[in-house]
Design a protein around this ligand. Sequence first.
Ligand code: GLU
Length: 400
Amino acid sequence: MAIQLSDRVQRVKPSPTLAISALAQKLAAEGQDIINLGVGQPDFPTPAHIKEAGIAAITNNNTGYTAVDGIPELKDAIIKKFKRDNQLDYEPDQILVSCGGKQSFSNLCQALLNDGDEVIIPAPYWVSYPDMVLLAGGTPVIVEAGQSNNFKLTAEMLENAITDKTRLFVINSPSNPTGVSYSKQELAALGKVLLKHPDIIVATDDMYELILFGNLDQKEGEQKVFTNILNETPELVDRCVVLNGVSKAYAMTGWRIGYAGGPVELIKGMKKIQGQSTSNPTSISQYAAVEALNGDQTCLRPMLKAFKERHDYVVKALNAIEGVDCLPSDGTFYSFPNVEGLIARVDGVTNDTELAEHLLDKTGVALVPGSAFGLVGHIRLSFATSMENLEQSIERIASL
Ligand code: GLU
């Protein structure tokens, strides 16, 4: 019997980033020579002191259910982190800990959106935003900010996209997939537009906050270079949700800990959704996340330094390939080059998806086509892998 799936599940597609990574792993397991530049996760192990906190949680039998919204110690560590790094003040009932940044955003959509509510998402965007909006009954309104815009939305573009149905505006800086971040002035200009529209909620996804190359030039104890829209437009505090997590900066993708800080009522709604779906995030991971946020932060620097070195190499090497045009990133571990020239000169390839397939098939390099992020003619390359792998991949791409 063919099982008829719900309309809801048929509205969305599988996550392309996860699909490409799974395919690369499968081909590698079959013995093929694959270099995976597809998945966005640090290639470093979780720092030892954080792993030890996880082990201690098991030894101490911290293995039962916790409060849905997180253990008090972790909520406290998040409040301290918001204060220390972002100059933002929250009370415990304004914090929700979830199973990764992904669940935080999903909870937000489920708690906020009614059928037909519009959500403004600048493209290129992280692959899962539009689908999570669709799952919640909302309508993604994609506003393209291409390479000529430095991949950033201007105040005018935002203003033009707003209708009386707009419910949510999503901003992700530094951005997955482009690595660019908004300046204080750019954020202030967006904030000014939002102040004119008091019904719009703002979601700022700060997952890559700590992977900003400018941090390498800061002295110990100096304020970080990161800024978010709430720092520039504090008046938005009653309608802004700050999303973050430990996955990327602390090399903890598999531990699945994300968190949100925001207005009490909204956080309460998101908590209700989580309480009726997954309950608390893993107890062991929560204890490890306490150590990540409260513990020694010097573990971040070697990883950031490696990402910066690889970034500098990759951007230069990509730009040396005929038909490839790559902007430098401000942070993250992604490059998002324009490859239209490459597409034009490779036989049998007419778009970025075919280019990604061709690259995997002919050279064993796995990366994600730009169309998965809402911008055709590009590819996303994750440089969270060794220099040796990167040098080999560039050689293979250049050989097309
Ligand atoms: N966020 C990462 C990426 O973009 C992990 C995969 C995912 O959840 O999308 O590759």
